[in-house]
Design a protein around this ligand. Sequence first.
Ligand code: SF4
Ligand code: SF4
Length: 120
Amino acid sequence: MKFNCAKCPGYCCSHGRIAVSDNDIRRLAQHFGISERAARKKHTFHYKTKDIDEQLLRHHKDTVYKSVCHLFDRKERRCTVYEARPNVCRKYPYGDSCGYYGFLKFERAHQDDEKFIPTV
Ligand code: SF4
Ligand code: SF4
């Protein structure tokens, strides 16, 4: 792997549209011991436009990025439902490298600051 999520503040969890399936919602419901209906309502919302019809993970405000998935621990900078995370979160970044991590590494070396976080 050419990326290390432990050194990243969780950029991918700040994506505005993290779409989940019925299976993902079922897994979250089992994880929290609640009904699928309750999990759908508590952790997701329906997003519909002319071209898009998706069930997305809810967000909350963040101190690093504008907002992050509301299942993300903003202090520890990690997923709170890692074992039960949705399929798209398991697959991301779809390969052995992560574009944001490359950018992060480049900027940290460039700024000579191992804690620097580029947000744009
Ligand atoms: S943006 Fe990349 S390096 Fe950062 S947490 Fe996500 S997958 Fe890991
Ligand atoms: S479920 Fe976990 S891995 Fe997926 S976006 Fe939310 S915090 Fe990130």
